[in-house]
Structures are given as C-alpha cells and as structure tokens.
Design a protein around this ligand. Structure first.
Ligand code: JA2
Length: 345
C-alpha cells in the first residue's frame, strides 16, 4: 500500500518515466535509466525528490528539461556502493560507458578529451611539476595522463569510492592502467578529511576530477575546501577543477570563480573543451594559481611535445599546445557574464 506522499509522487511522474520503471522484456538492457534500449541521464532518486518539490523539473536538476540519451547494447555491470549507484554498459556509438547515480562519467570514445585536458592544462603550465595530487579520479584516466610527465615524482590520489576503482579496473583497463605507475600512492577516503590533514606547501599541482556537485562531491565546490587546497599547494602551485558546462551552469561557474579569486592570489581562469557525452557537449575547467612565481596558463611553458616519447604510453588523442591556448578563448556571452563577477583576466 502507498501512503499519501508516495501516491502524490507516482501521480506526478510523467508517463515516459513510469515506462522506465516498468518491466523491460530484454534482460540485457534492464535498468531504471534504460527505456526501450536507450539510457537517459535521469538519476532516478533525485528525480523522485525533485518531482515532489517542483513538478516542472522532470530531469536532473543540474540540467532541467533535457536528458542526453545513448543507445544501450548491453548492461555489463550494475551495483551500489556506500556512496552511489554504479552502472557500466556497452553503448551503440561510444563504446563502454560508466554512469554514477544515472549520470555519464566517461565513455571509451570521448574520455581522451576530458582526461587529457584536465591534466595537461595545469601540468603544462608550470615548469617541472614533481608532486601532484588527484582528488576523485578513481577511473585512473588522469593518473594515466600524469604519468606522461617525466618530471613527476609522486602522484597522490584520494578517491572516496573503492568500488569505482574496482569496477573501472574490470571494465576500463585503458583508464585504470594509470594506477600501475609506481609513482602513484592511493588513498581511499574523503577528500575533505584528506585535505585537512595534508601538509602545507606540499603539491605543485592539484587536479580535482570529481563528479557533479550533487551527492558525494558537494563539498568540493565550497569555500572551506578550496582554502585547504590553496594551503596544500606550494607558492605558484596550480589547481585545475572540473567546472561543469558554460551553457548550463553559468551561475555555478560565477560562484566558483569569485570564491577562487578571493582564495587564490595568483591567477584564476576558466577554460573549456568539447566532450560530446557530457550535458551540452562541453565541460569547463577552473585553473587557479597561488601567490608566488607567476603562472600564465594561457601559454604552456612546459609543452607536452617536450615530455619525451615513451613507446609504452598511448599517443595523445586530443590535447596539444594549440588546443591548450584555444581552451581559454571564451564566447562573448560568457565573457560578459563572467565580467559581472569581477572576472576579467
Ligand atoms: N567522473 C568521475 C570522475 C572520477 C571518478 C569517477 C567518476 C568524473 N570524474 C568527471 C565527471 C564529469 C561529469 C559531467 N556531468
């Protein structure tokens, strides 16, 4: 029997989503987010909560009114960790896909754009990075990219969810290969705790490769967290943070920029790239440096082309020095909106 609240929720669910919850005849593609063989980015638990509060939000509150879909060939894994729901499926056009809480985190076809950009934008902007920290990144893709940098001596990674690491190890060997680098030190735990305990002036670069700021990654876009990050960086050290979509999250970007402008006394910039399977097909990055030797993110002083060839590393598929410079060119609408929050460099 349903109580009155549950009854209201069920009545508020549009028919297309009721269909998603119904029995699916094909065992291989059965999942709440898969309707008639298509995965849509609609995290179901969030969807229920939001439906009760406001019936106009039928999809993810991070991108209301839209839901990108991928054709599912076969569901390969479905499980729940203490933190999130984990789904891996084979898609029609993008290879294997990892979704957490119903949101696409990576696909085999376009992961190169995200992993290469979030890593090489910061690491190519400073000379000889040695100590690097990754927050999140349990898939291993950012580690794989950092390992191209021969100057690097230590790669710490703090990932909260051991199951993400294990599932990626089983299904995405081309990403989790990053964990095999002997310079990697894995810390499974909460990044907020990890940063609080981190010694000051320790890292040349910190890369925050997190999921969206709803759920386990919420605190990672808040001021106290950025303060601990700035403290853990050496003077003139750099942060690169996943910063969502300029088309969908201008306010979040404005907030992150103004927070970081207060905390990071060097430079603060927004850059972006194309990742077709993320909402709106683009993803942003926030690049910040601490006070100290000045960092000009717009012009790579440590170009990837000088990193030395290693036949055991796969070729770069996306990043190069031209695309590095281009990533900081902003559309006029964004320049204008960011200018109103004193972002002007
Ligand atoms: N997703 C991850 C991750 C590291 C570990 C597990 C999942 C991302 N980094 C980036 C996700 C971007 C999402 C855009 N909507």
């Amino acid at each position: 029997m349903m109580n009155a609240d549950e009854d209201r929720v069920w009545k508020a669910i549009p028919p297309c989503c009721l269909k998603a919850m119904g029995p699916c005849p094909d065992e291989a593609t059965r999942h709440d987010t898969v309707v008639s063989g298509w995965f849509s980015e609609v995290p179901f638990i969030l969807f229920l909560c939001i439906t009760v509060a406001d019936k106009s939000f039928y999809h993810n509150p991070m991108w209301p009114g839209e839901a990108h879909s991928l054709k599912v060939e076969k569901i390969l894994y479905h499980g729940r960790s203490d933190y999130q729901e984990i789904l891996v499926f084979e898609s029609y056009g993008y290879g294997k896909v990892l979704a957490l809480d119903g949101i696409v985190q990576l696909t085999e076809k376009d992961e190169c754009a995200y992993q290469e950009m979030i890593t090489h934008l910061p690491l190519c902007s400073i000379p000889s990075p040695k100590n690097v920290l990754v927050i999140g990144g349990g898939d291993g893709g950012v580690l794989r990219e950092i390992s191209r940098h021969l100057s690097v001596e230590v790669i710490d990674i703090c990932e909260i969810d051991q199951l993400v690491i294990d599932v990626c190890n089983d299904f995405f060997p081309n990403l989790s290969v990053g964990f095999k680098d002997p310079r990697v030190r894995l810390h499974v735990g909460d990044a907020v705790d990890f940063m609080r305990k981190s010694p000051p002036n320790n890292y040349d670069a910190i890369i925050i490769d997190s999921s969206d700021p709803i759920g386990p990654a919420q605190e990672l876009v808040e001021k106290p967290f950025f303060e601990t990050v700035a403290k853990a960086l050496r003077p003139g050290g750099v942060l690169c943070n996943q910063a969502e979509s300029m088309w969908l999250h201008t306010h979040l970007i404005q907030d992150m920029l103004s927070t970081c402008r207060v905390i990071f006394k060097g430079s603060v910039h927004f850059a972006w790239t194309s990742v077709p399977t993320y909402p709106s097909g683009t993803i942003g990055f926030l690049l910040c440096s601490t006070e100290g030797p000045p960092v000009n993110f717009l012009d790579p002083v440590n170009p990837i082309e000088t990193q030395g060839v290693n036949k055991f590393r796969r070729e770069l598929r996306f990043y190069n020095s031209e695309i590095h410079r281009a990533a900081f060119a902003l559309p006029s609408f964004l320049k204008k909106e960011l200018r109103t929050t004193s972002y002007n460099s």
